[in-house]
Design a protein around this ligand. Structure first.
Ligand code: GLN
Length: 234
C-alpha cells in the first residue's frame, strides 16, 4: 500500500452501541480502494491518547452508565485530544462520543456527566422521551444528503465555531427545535446517526480519509484520489 493511516478508536470496548464499529469497517473498506493501510488501536481506560501517534479518531455511542465511566477517564486525555482537534486532526464522534467531546451531558437520571469541552456544545436531557427513528439531513454547503437512524435522550445545543452537520429533512436531530443535526468543528464530524453513518454515507468516509491523507502527506498529489469514484459494493 502506498499510504498508511493510524486511527484511535476511543473507548471501543465501552462505547460500542448500535454497531458503530461499522464506521471503522467502512473506513477500512474505502481506505483499501485509496491504497491506504488503515491501522486501528482501541484507546480505552488508563491508556493515554498520544496525539502525534494518530491521524484520525473514532468515538462511538453508548449507554449513560458507560458514559459516566468514560467521562472520568477521558479528563486525562482532554489536553491531547483538544490539541489534536485544534490542530485540524480529523475525527468522527457519534451520539455518546459526540456528547462527551462537548461541555457536559445531563443523563436520563438527571446526573451531570462532564465532557472535555474540546467542542463548545452542551447536552441536556428530555423528560421521559427519546428521539428514535430514521432521519435524513442535508448539508447545504456540500449538497450531500445523509441518511441514518437516531436513538438518543440527549438534546444538544451547538456553540461558537460549530455548525450543524446538516439540516433535518425528516427526524429530530440535535434537539428537535433548531433544525440542525450533528456538528462540524474544524475537521471533527459529530452526529447522532447510527446505522452506522459511514456505511450509509460513503462520501463522508471518503472525505475523512482525504483530510487525514492531506494532513499526513502534504506534498503528495492527492487530486486523483479526490476524483476517484468510490461506490460501495455491499
Ligand atoms: N446515552 C446517550 C443518550 O441517550 C447516548 C446514546 C447513544 O449513544 N446512542 O442520549
Amino acid at each position: 500500500m502506498k499510504y498508511s493511516l493510524k486511527l484511535a478508536h476511543l473507548y471501543g470496548d465501552l462505547l460500542n452501541t448500535y454497531g458503530d464499529i461499522g464506521n471503522i469497517l467502512t473506513l477500512n473498506y474505502y481506505a483499501k480502494q485509496m491504497d491506504v493501510q488503515l491501522e486501528v488501536d482501541v484507546i480505552s481506560l488508563n491508556t493515554p491518547f498520544k496525539a502525534n501517534e494518530y491521524d484520525m479518531f473514532f468515538f462511538g455511542g453508548g449507554q449513560d452508565y458507560e458514559q459516566m465511566i468514560v467521562s472520568k477517564d477521558i479528563q486525562n486525555k482532554k489536553q491531547e485530544l483538544s490539541d489534536f482537534i485544534e490542530d485540524g486532526g480529523p475525527g468522527l464522534a457519534i451520539c455518546g462520543g459526540y456528547q462527551l467531546l462537548g461541555k457536559y451531558y445531563i443523563g436520563a437520571d438527571g446526573q451531570k456527566i462532564s465532557g472535555i469541552s474540546a467542542l463548545p456544545h452542551y447536552t441536556d436531557s428530555q423528560d421521559n422521551n427519546r428521539f428514535i427513528g430514521d432521519i435524513t439531513i442535508k448539508n447545504e454547503q456540500s449538497g450531500d444528503t445523509y441518511h441514518g437512524f437516531e436513538n438518543h435522550n440527549g438534546v444538544t445545543y451547538l456553540g461558537e465555531n460549530e455548525k450543524a452537520l446538516g439540516t433535518v429533512i425528516n427526524g429530530h436531530g440535535n434537539n428537535g427545535e433548531d433544525g440542525g443535526e450533528g456538528a462540524i468543528y474544524n475537521n471533527v464530524f459529530c452526529s447522532y446517526f447510527h446505522g452506522p453513518i459511514l456505511a450509509r454515507n460513503g462520501e463522508l468516509a471518503k472525505k475523512m480519509l482525504l483530510i487525514a491523507l492531506e494532513r499526513k502527506y502534504p506534498k503528495a498529489n492527492l487530486s486523483q484520489q479526490k476524483s476517484l469514484e468510490i461506490k460501495p459494493t455491499y
